[in-house]
Design a protein around this ligand. Structure first.
Ligand SMILES: *Cc1c(COP(=O)(O)O)cnc(C)c1O
Length: 406
């Protein structure tokens, strides 16, 4: 006799979908039991208990005024295929437990790698691990003992250097957070130079032509990498000279977490250098992860559904939203724009810094985040939401300005 909880329950799944598509108020949420329940509620009751909490308590990343973080809403085809993934539970560590999923990952990676001048790579659960993987390969392939990155590089770079026992050297940046080319050490013969394509704070792109200068060049394109598939592709010219590139798919490729790509110019060499084999493994284990799932399936589904053009349209729409917002801010004497946005990140503040907290409090939740640049606080919008509505955003901003800056 089979255990029905491991079979598809059409009614339960339909109910879960119905819940997903409803709006929920978190106020309906019941407190969770303090301890692990000894007897279970059953799947249906557990879902009813969780819906107000999980669905009602979540941030709405696709709302008209959501524009604060690098976390996008996800297209519904990724919800459907993520459900398939959960049900099938393929393990890409073993060809026997993921006969098709391994091929799908290879196909998706091979579709995307050429846009960055890379020959291949693999999927990781985020660019934090993609960056670590890249610098691990750099240490093995190029014998580097130092990582050089700008003082605006993501903290995962310093973390990776620390884990790998490599020295970490910071290069100064200009007022917008872009690496100052004339501050880069001249001898990079034992260094990995990390250039950021779209810094987390301000979205600026380091001078990517510097990629030819070091023993190993890695471009952290976690955020802005997908611009390579759009009409803004030339902003990332020079990326093809890197030895490795990291791109987060759960940012501007609109994928559910956790999804990113580590790409290598010479994938065969890099993958061999970070492979372990033997024992119970039928094929070598490449990279950091052990068991891992078919993250490529929702990405493949998205790329099939949209094509490059459909993807580009969504990203370009985000860039246009950020440009409109920046234009408004630049033309309002009560506000100060840090710089023209390069990759959908708008950094600004009230001209009167003493009104910073008032203005922040007057804006709806999810509309802005804050960042500190050269010791000063700024407001930050990140255009990761193609459904953000410029009219709504500008109305919210106008109302907040009326309230605290007039
Ligand atoms: C988000 C980000 C990372 C980290 O990526 P995760 O996918 O969050 O692990 C690294 N570098 C930059 C520039 C980022 O914006």
């Amino acid at each position: 006799m089979s255990d029905a909880d491991f079979l598809g329950n059409e009614e339960g799944l339909k109910r879960s979908l119905e819940m997903l598509l409803q709006t929920h108020a978190q106020s309906g949420a019941q407190p969770l039991p303090a301890d692990l329940p000894d007897t279970g509620l059953g799947a249906s009751a557990a879902l009813e208990l969780l819906a107000p909490l999980v669905l009602g308590g979540a941030a709405h990343l696709g709302a008209a005024s959501s524009l604060a973080h690098m976390d996008p809403p996800t297209p519904w085809i990724t919800w459907a295929t993520t459900l398939w993934n959960a049900s099938l539970n393929q393990n890409l560590l073993h060809p026997a437990t993921a006969p098709v999923a391994r091929r799908i990952e290879e196909a998706v990676v091979n579709w995307l790698a050429p846009y960055f001048g890379m020959s291949g790579g693999h999927i990781t659960p985020g660019s934090t691990l993609a960056n670590l993987t890249a610098l691990w390969a750099a240490r093995e392939c190029a014998g580097i003992d130092e990582v050089v990155a700008s003082d605006s590089a993501h903290l995962s770079i310093a973390k990776a250097a620390h884990i790998l026992g490599l020295r970490f050297r910071q290069v100064a940046t200009d007022a917008t957070g872009a690496m100052l080319a004339d501050q880069v050490p001249t001898d990079l013969s034992r260094a990995a130079l990390v250039l950021t394509a779209g810094t987390t704070s301000t979205g600026v792109i380091d001078p990517l032509h510097l990629a030819s200068e070091a023993a190993w060049a890695h471009v952290d394109a976690a955020w802005a990498g997908p611009l390579r598939l759009t009409r803004y592709r030339t902003l990332l010219n020079g990326i093809e000279r890197a030895n490795s590139v990291a791109v987060s798919a759960h940012k501007w490729l609109f994928q559910p977490k956790e999804s990113a790509l580590i790409l290598f110019r010479d994938n065969a060499e890099a993958s061999a250098a970070i492979s372990f084999g033997g024992a119970y493994l039928a094929v070598p284990n490449v990279g950091i992860l052990g068991s891992h799932g078919a993250t490529a399936v929702p990405l493949l589904a998205t790329l099939l559904a949209w094509g490059r053009q459909g993807l580009a349209e969504r990203i370009e729409r985000c860039v246009e939203i950020s440009d409109s917002l920046a234009g408004f801010i630049k033309n309002d004497a009560r506000l100060q724009l840090l710089a023209e946005p390069q990759s959908g990140v708008v950094v600004w503040r009230p001209a009167r810094q003493d009104r910073f907290d008032d203005l922040l409090a007057a804006l709806p939740p999810g509309m802005v985040s804050t960042t500190t640049i050269k010791g000063e606080r700024w407001l930050r919008n990140v255009a990761a939401n193609p459904n953000a509505d410029v009219t709504t955003l500008l109305e919210n901003l106008a109302t907040a300005l009326e309230m605290c800056l007039n």
